[in-house]
Design a protein. Sequence first.
Length: 186
Amino acid sequence: KPKTLVFNAGNDIPVTSQNYYTLSNYFDDFHQTLFVYGTKRQIEANHTLTENLLTLLADTFTEILPPMRKDSEIKEEELKNHDLFILGGSEDNHLTGRFAKKLGLELGKNYFKWQGITYGSPNDGLVVVYPNPFNAKRVVFMFIANSALELYNMTSRVQRRVPSWAIFKGKTVKQKGYHLLEKKEL
């Protein structure tokens, strides 16, 4: 007998879900997006990596540079009213740690845990997209990396086929997928 049955694993059947966002949802309302970089360590590197990503996205798709903020300067009102690109791990970015707790992500110094697996290599990274826990009508795009070099690798080119989450090893997407629907007993 099968132990589990995954319905809609490819997210290609339109069903009601609270967690349906993908990386490409950025282009739906990019005028309302803030890019947030970390100030806990490597401030200038985090600033430069974030600036490079928003410039890359503007050059490729939108032709508009969205605003960029330090994690220490973001206001509560901005958390509620904007889609957020949050770059850096919890050791780099105050907001990463704050959002991780609300979203159930386990992060630590130079590691993250995703779907029961701990990723601790400096070349590991995670891109994950969730409804914003401060306003479910907004999106949070998190780029979590175990090193500044990995964050550079993850953000140095446009990733066109990243669904709701992706595990990176260097510049390569090793795994990707959609958030699964909640399990329901029959």
